[in-house]
Design a protein around this ligand. Sequence first.
Ligand code: DNO
Ligand code: MN
Length: 357
Amino acid sequence: MDMTLRWFGSKHDSVTLDQIKQIPGVTGVVSSLHDIPVGEAWKFEDILKLKKEVEDSGLKLIGIESVNIHEDIKIGLPSREQYIENYKVSLENLGKADVHMVCYNFMPIFDWTRTDLAMVLEDGSTALAYDENIIKDIKPETMFERMEKESGGFVLPGWEPNRRDEIMGLFEKYKGVTAEKLMQNLKYFLDAIMPVCEKYQIKMAIHPDDPAWSVFGLPRIVTSEKALEEIASLNESIYNGFTLCSGSLGSNLKNNLPEIIRNPKISKKIHFAHLRNMKFETDGVFHESSHLSSDGNFDMYEIVKALEDINFDGVVRPDHGRMIWGEQARPGYGLYDRALGVAYLNGLWEAIRKNKK
Ligand code: DNO
Ligand code: MN
């Protein structure tokens, strides 16, 4: 098993590789080429450059988070053919550079959605938060006006004013794309790329939707145990696998995380684990907490135990952390709370392993 941290690259991250290297037990990072527009093929030289930079610091580049999927692939437009070809080239070049795990998501238009990026918690730390009551009343048409009015505390990634035209156009294109259609388009994509993954042994790890239900009327399909079973069966290859993100799947309290991990149709395909804890006010209203079980609603011991029980041997990382000790960093991705998360998760793992003997 590889304990890692997500690193956004020297240009985009306030956290340095040298700092990451000092976290006990961290052997590598997952990173991405953040300057390549989505849909373009990744060049071998660019991948090697990133890899060299990571390796020069004494860490390994253990996987990519993420190689993002162009919207035309998700919508199923004829132009997807070219974008899939480009994706295959990226995978081929990653394989040649000896990188064998790729995280991606299949959420229309937005990645994770939050209603507050800096909710102040009792101890003075801040955390990402989500309130379904705010989201459910918002129509995309009125969202931008709302953003202007609320520009104090209400920030939503992806809703920057300069994306207005692009996003409204995308909403148009998604009309008629049902959840079933989106699932078929995922299968189409997987069937096309799996031969390349087989050839270069690249484990694809689809990230669950966050939150794990439809938002803004857009379909979402990576949301439950049943959905994960269905996705596993879309293409039987072992390289068609999952990122088990406790926070994203766990946003729906009906999802029983240890049970999902132990599901034999899913467990053998878990290639990447994102571990974090969350505190719920009620269903659909939550904030991210420290990783400690008693700080949130998830029993992190049971989650790690389930991973250990299935002999999980993939890549793991703490997911979002709070902002603590005055750190100024990308929301969710500061150094300090994620480092505490690593230390805690390593402690759980050591205790569980020693107890097994
Ligand atoms: C949240 C994060 C995600 C993840 C992407 C993968 O849980 O892990 O933002 O990086 O969805 O494509
Ligand atoms: Mn995650």
